[in-house]
Design a protein around this ligand. Structure first.
Ligand SMILES: [Fe+2]
Length: 504
């Protein structure tokens, strides 16, 4: 078996794309000189990757969608994407949007392609074939979302694309877990969430051509990646309120131009503040289209889980009535046995770095009344799992203090100290998980496995933390069916460092 064949075998086993050898020069890698006068070929800044697409937040047979996206430099080409059980039955509609034309360098200009495949069945494997200038150059496959009653595996991690070796190891172990999808908890790309940073730190690692701990893995071409807005996904400075300044970074807010997530969120509450010259703002809005600002908040079902994904940045007021109304409507109509909230700023964490950014805990009573089981977060660059807890705020002044770095929300805690996830698997309260050890430098090494240090005066020294691992990068692997949820925390060397089971 040749190396090329064995690489194809790996992709076929795991799902994803195979780059056909018919036109290797499509990637700008040919050693053969091209004939003079022939048209230049595009250089790919992102090879084809999967996204959940705008539709289908609820699981409806025949209404599934998936997006196959890719990005090139400004060199145009004609693309066709066919798909179906055999790969050629249907032709997808492809949209093209320019990005970076108003940038300061010509190399920032790229073309973003999105093929939206709609009307698909649940839990079904499809093949697709992508041609460029009438020559097939990539073929792949994906599996649509699983419906109720199917066992689902997903991975969660955040605070990741930083350019470190640990990013790559976490990507590798995420891929090795064979997940159905990835749930990133924000700070997806450092430091400013710019398109150029996606090109340097994100796509080469999470959409790598090979699976190897020092390289990354072909994760994004195998399964959809969901994510939420972290501070570094929007961060440039605009007066006192952090938002996106397009005069400073014309390629800011890559979240809205690189991802294609469900579009069932509210349009207006607490949008990302934008500033900059009109031509740069227009260029961004044209590339993002209706994804901005709507895609900042959304929800989706997968198997027996419902996931509510929220923007938690400094400009967000969690007491905003319109935001709370949408959250309530979404969770009230969610019928999945397990309900998760995903937001970047951990509402309960005892880290030194970000423990005072507590504004999102203002939503805890709403989450408790609407049956949330777990809140997944990052921001703190380590792993923390709380005991199941209930929380009643006594002063919401800090929650409303939009734009402030410290937003303390005091209140009364009720902590379930009986749940251990082994013998007692029925929690009384919500478990708050911080899984922000996805690649960036770790915080609070001195607190690793030292429970005596896991309390804060501003939280009345309540001992709500069950586990804290700060000495290594890690990711969370979930196995879920209607009655049982297993959580395993895996470190960057593939070792299990926490395991707990929840039962319905
Ligand atoms: Fe963060």
């Amino acid at each position: 078996m040749t190396n090329e064949l064995s690489r194809r075998s790996l992709f076929q086993a795991a799902g994803g794309i195979t780059l056909l050898s018919l036109v290797p020069e499509a990637f700008g890698e040919s050693s053969q000189p091209r004939p003079s006068g022939s048209a230049p070929l595009p250089v790919f800044s992102a090879l084809p990757y999967l996204q959940p697409g705008p539709h289908g937040s609820r699981l409806v047979e025949g209404e599934e969608s998936i997006v196959v996206a890719w990005q090139t430099d400004a060199t145009p080409a004609r693309y066709e994407l066919t798909y179906g059980p055999a790969g050629t039955e249907n032709v997808a509609t492809i949209s093209t949007t320019p990005r970076g034309k108003e940038g300061r360098r010509f190399t920032e200009f790229r073309l973003n392609y999105v093929a939206t495949l709609e009307g698909l069945s649940l839990d079904t494997r499809y093949r697709y074939r992508l041609s460029m200038d009438a020559k097939p150059f990539a073929e792949g496959w994906f599996t649509t979302r699983k419906g109720r009653g199917k066992k689902v595996r997903f991975v969660a991690f955040g605070d990741n694309s930083y350019g470190s070796m640990s990013d790559r190891a976490i990507a590798y172990h995420a891929y090795k877990a064979r997940p159905d999808f990835v749930m990133n908890v924000g700070d997806t790309v450092y430091y400013e969430g710019r398109d150029g940073e996606f090109g340097r730190y994100f796509f080469p690692v999470y959409n790598a051509t090979e699976a190897e701990p020092r390289i990354g893995a072909p994760l994004m071409r195998s399964v959809p990646v969901y994510t939420v807005l972290g501070n570094h996904d929007v961060e440039s400075h605009s007066g006192g309120l952090r938002g996106a300044d397009f005069d400073k970074y014309s390629d800011a807010l890559g979240y809205f131009t690189n991802f294609n997530l469900p579009m069932n969120g509210p349009a207006t509450p607490c949008p990302v503040p934008l500033s900059g010259e009109a031509k740069r703002l227009d260029e961004f809005k044209n590339a993002a289209q209706d994804r901005h600002p709507r895609m900042a908040n959304y929800s989706f079902d997968y198997g027996d889980g419902h996931f509510l994904c929220l923007d938690s940045n400094v400009y967000v007021d969690p007491t905003d009535p319109a935001l709370q109304q949408w959250i309530e409507e979404d969770l009230r109509t969610a019928t999945a046995p397990w309900k998760f909230v995903v937001l970047h700023h951990a509402p309960f964490n005892i880290g030194i770095e970000h423990g005072d950014e507590q504004h999102m805990r203002a939503l805890s009573p709403l989450f408790e009344s609407l049956g949330i089981d777990m809140v997944l977060s990052g921001h703190e660059h380590n792993y923390q799992r709380t005991r199941p807890l209930r929380f009643s705020p006594t002063d919401l002044t800090g929650a409303k203090a939009v734009g402030k770095g410290t937003r303390l929300v005091p209140g009364r805690f009720t902590v379930d100290r009986n749940f251990d996830g082994v013998r007692n698997t029925k929690p009384d309260g919500i478990v708050y998980l911080t899984t922000g050890a996805g690649g960036h430098d770790l915080y609070n090494l001195e607190m690793n496995d030292r429970p005596e240090s896991w309390k804060r005066e501003w939280d009345g020294n309540v001992e709500y933390t069950a586990v804290m691992k700060t000495d290594r990068h890690s990711l969370t692997v979930f196995e879920m069916d209607a009655r049982r949820l297993e959580l395993r925390q895996i470190d960057e060397w593939g070792r299990e460092i926490d395991r707990v089971v929840f039962a319905k």
